[in-house]
Design a protein. Structure first.
Length: 471
């Protein structure tokens, strides 16, 4: 089974930490099969012609290096190990994100913080690790505007490490050699260790609770675990209340999927939820996990998890943060910028009438210009606390973000290409105006300014949200 998924940029950082691994050893029955015994991994290099071993002992994160050929394309191959605990890997996708984050800046860029994304990514189901899937990313190395080489990564996860088989080609992939190279890369690694329970074992749940729950909660409260169709809830709230909360979570999941469709990924885990009894317990969790108490929030999606406290199961925060969690862990779309990420979530939590204020802002030309709005790293962090005219600045920003998603989904201009818009914008590096501009031109044949003009036209005419036609 294969699923094609667009690339994204993650907020992760590859350090130079040293990882001591079991040295690779060649099997006695094949000099082209290399085994990493401690990780239950082996890599078959038999498809590489003119195979040479360049490194066979661990040197930091690089465990081994080889050179060889497939067809007329020369390949430099590396096996990279990253400690899973240190990097808090939950999925093989997390390993691919780090590899993407560390791609070289765009050619000719003077900004060393400029990011590139994989041209394409793909997930494969098979014996590739503790989680039985592997993720491949393909990056084009350019000279000027022309791709002259490719860099490929195939990533997986064992219980101890996240690994990447990195392949650099001597020339751009061509139609003749490309199929053979990709076939080898996505089948060369085999894992024969234990595999993960997608529903979480009790031991795994207890470890997660022990690691992340505040000490006072662990001392005074007994952990209750409830599994729903889509979620694993870890809580100190009562059984009956938790079951009702879980049913609402599943309902929200299906609603979100109806707006932003996605397929289930092979071997996907139940999404973890921390559900605390009191706000103070939740804020303590935020301090432990995120590094700050987030005293003004009622819930937060962070990494693979959503954390909140007991309140109405219908509170808008739940579907808002569930959207963030799903975009990160099911759609794999965490790019675009704060305007996009908050927009897709706020659109789900707002009622159509809640966005009416944007019409007045547009009419008075007091909405935020898109060129500036799209470059803001955080709508909340960038808010002007002194601006209270017409509502809070942060509130206006969130409303405008949601209004952009309504415009893209409901307007005659945007609706037919809405899902393409979501996937293309969600895949570009955050706040990269050149990439956003290019994406809008690709989807709608307009630049950022043209997109804003169409947005203004929609909201000046809009009286109520147009219902979508059933397809």
């Amino acid at each position: 089974m294969q699923l094609i998924v667009r690339a994204l940029t993650g907020g992760l950082f590859l350090t130079c930490a040293t990882f001591v691994a079991t040295p690779a050893v060649a099997n006695t029955d094949s000099e082209t099969t290399v085994r990493y015994e401690g990780q239950h991994l082996e890599i078959d290099l038999g498809a590489l012609q003119e195979l040479k071993t360049l490194q066979d002992e661990s040197m930091g994160q690089v465990q081994s290096r080889w050179s060889g050929k497939i067809g007329e394309t020369e390949l430099l191959v590396k096996m990279i190990f990253l400690p899973a605990k240190k990097f808090r890997f939950a999925e093989p996708r997390d390993v691919l994100e780090i590899m993407e984050f560390n791609l070289a800046p765009p050619p000719g860029s003077k900004n060393m913080d400029a990011k590139q994304t994989f041209l394409e990514t793909e997930v494969f189901e098979g014996p590739f690790g503790y989680v039985p899937v592997g993720w491949m990313g393909i990056h084009g190395i350019q000279k000027g505007t022309r791709i002259t080489q490719h860099e490929l990564h195939f990533c997986g996860l064992t219980q101890g490490i996240g690994y990447s088989i990195e392949v650099q080609t001597s020339k751009a992939l061509n139609p003749t050699d490309r199929p053979a190279i990709l076939k080898w890369l996505t089948s060369c690694v085999k894992y024969d260790g234990p595999t993960r329970d997608a529903n979480w074992t009790d031991e795994e749940v207890n470890k997660r609770w022990e690691r992340d729950a505040p000490e006072k909660v662990k001392e005074k409260s007994k952990l209750f675990v409830w599994r729903t169709k889509y979620y694993l809830i870890m809580t100190n709230v009562g059984k009956g209340t938790t079951k009702k909360f879980g049913a609402k979570l599943d309902e929200n999941y299906d609603i979100i999927r109806s707006v932003y469709p996605f397929e289930d990924v092979p071997a996907q885990r139940l999404l973890p939820i921390f559900y605390f009894l009191t706000p103070d317990q939740y804020h303590n969790w935020c301090q432990i996990t995120i590094g700050r108490p987030m005293s003004s929030s009622a819930g937060v999606a962070f990494g693979d998890v959503y954390s909140t406290y007991h309140q109405s199961s219908g509170a808008p925060v739940h579907i808002h943060e569930a959207t963030h969690q799903i975009f990160k862990n099911r759609l794999f779309l965490d790019g675009g910028g704060s305007w996009f990420q908050e927009g897709v979530a706020e659109y789900m939590s707002e009622k159509p009438g809640d966005l009416n204020s944007i019409k007045s802002l547009v009419k008075k030309d007091r909405h935020k210009p898109f060129k500036k709005f799209f470059s803001v790293s955080s709508l909340l962090g960038d808010a002007d606390t002194n601006n209270v005219k017409g509502g809070s600045d942060a509130g206006n920003s969130y409303t405008q973000a949601a209004a952009i998603i309504e415009f893209a989904r409901h307007s005659d201009f945007g609706s037919e290409k809405f899902l393409e818009f979501v996937h293309v914008i969600g895949s570009v590096p955050r706040n990269d105006m050149a990439a956003i501009n290019k994406a809008l031109l690709k989807v709608y044949d307009v630049d950022v300014e043209g997109f804003e003009e169409e947005f203004k036209k929609y909201w000046l005419k809009r009286k109520k949200r147009k219902k979508l036609k059933k397809k």
